[in-house]
Write a protein that binds this ligand. Structure first.
Ligand SMILES: [Zn+2]
Ligand SMILES: [Zn+2]
Length: 392
């Protein structure tokens, strides 16, 4: 995959090469004029291209790719008509390069829904961000872990376990907020960025880990997640996704199934909902009486495929992290299910917390327009969900 920034550099280099070639290579005046004209044309459509996909107007990268492909075909045809072998090779090579750039250009991400600051919520307290009396979250690098329970009294649980190496940060935040250990760790799903510190934390607190039965193979050491889909595009996170660990982790003795009836006995008032799609056993946590939702990766509030956004946490509502989502029809159904709850406060696995009418409006927009603003432009799993990969 060629990320947009590299694509822009290649275009600039091509303009320079096309402009210089007539002076360097032996060719007829007509061919020289054609190359200079092509350099001008390429410079023009490159200048009008929105490589970052953000702003209105001009060409988007997908339209740009069509022009790259047309240029590639034209050069391959013109190369075949040249008498000079050097020119045939140079023009043919450039034609193939253009076709390659068109084929391998990383596509634009799904556009997502803008989240104005009035759709966000949270009060920074010590290390965590509190969004309700019994809900706070801690950002560990590019992913959130959530704390459910009141700081002053009663049981509490940790939702998800962040990136590998973040156990000390989670322990410090938990000690600050509660000063006592949790009664359990609950998982939305078992992707590497949600279970990184799980073993260390579960051992430290000596607590059980609850997950949906369909996530068990990824926690029992039985199965890896299916391969990532870097073709979803959208940025460096997507491009690098084939390098991300796919598990499994081995926690067999500690793992328990979430209660089949959707309740959470250790957390009165809270329940869990099956929200598959991102992974088969993905769940979200929901407190009906205060309409508070911990959504996991059912959707994100920042564009997780872009490393820049994932680090800067630019607020924007998107579907689940696309490179790791293995069933898009189920993912859409899960977004609809969560939007229909009309949540008032929402913590997602990636991005800042959302709240209120404006957030609900954005969530409905995502649910209702999912085909247009939630689906990636390409994925091997579009229309064809993945089978979980079994370890032999
Ligand atoms: Zn995930
Ligand atoms: Zn995630």
């Amino acid at each position: 995959m060629i990320p947009p920034r590299l694509h822009a550099s290649l275009d600039a280099a091509s303009v320079a090469a096309l402009a210089v070639a007539p002076a360097v290579l032996p060719m007829s005046p007509a061919t020289g004029r054609a190359l200079r004209l092509t350099a001008l044309g390429l410079a023009a459509y490159s200048l009008f291209t929105r490589y970052d996909g953000r702003h209105a107007g001009g060409l988007n990268l997908n339209e740009h790719r069509v022009l790259d492909a047309a240029q590639g075909v034209a050069f391959c045809v013109a190369a075949a008509m040249q008498d000079s072998r050097a020119l045939r090779t140079a023009m043919g090579g450039y034609g193939v390069l253009c076709l390659g750039a068109a084929a391998l250009a990383a596509p634009l991400p799904a556009p997502g829904v803008a989240l104005p600051s009035l759709a966000l919520t949270g009060v920074k307290m010590d290390r965590v961000t509190e969004v309700a009396a019994d809900l706070a979250y801690l950002r560990t690098g590019i992913v959130n872990v959530a704390f459910i329970g009141r700081p002053d009294a009663g049981d509490w649980v940790l939702i998800d376990a962040g990136l590998p190496g973040c156990a000390p940060a989670i322990l410090r935040a938990a000690e600050n907020r509660f000063g006592r250990p949790p009664v359990a760790i609950l998982l939305t799903h078992a992707h590497f960025d949600h279970v990184g510190a799980l073993q260390v934390l579960a051992d430290h607190w000596d607590v059980p880990v609850y997950a949906h039965p369909l996530e068990r193979p990824h926690l029992d050491g039985d199965a890896s997640y299916p391969p990532a889909a870097p073709e979803v595009g959208g940025g460096t996170m997507a491009t690098l996704s084939p390098l991300f660990p796919r598990g499994p982790v081995r926690l067999r003795a500690r793992v328990r199934d979430l209660p089949a009836d959707g309740t959470l006995p250790m957390l009165p008032g809270w329940g869990w909902l099956h929200t598959p799609g991102h992974t088969p056993g993905h769940v979200s946590f929901w407190k009906e009486c205060t309409r508070v939702l911990v959504a996991g990766d059912a959707f994100t509030t920042t564009q997780q495929e872009s490393l820049r956004d994932a680090v800067a946490q630019a607020p924007e509502l998107h579907g689940p992290p696309a490179y790791f989502t293995s069933d898009w029809a189920a993912a859409e159904a899960s977004v609809r299910k969560l939007a229909a709850l009309e949540p008032d406060v929402v913590v997602a696995g990636h991005g800042p917390a959302g709240a209120g009418l404006r957030f609900r409006k954005a969530l409905h927009e995502l649910a209702n327009g999912f085909a247009r603003i939630g689906l990636p432009p390409a994925s091997r799993y579009l229309g064809q969900p993945a089978e979980p990969a079994r370890l032999s």
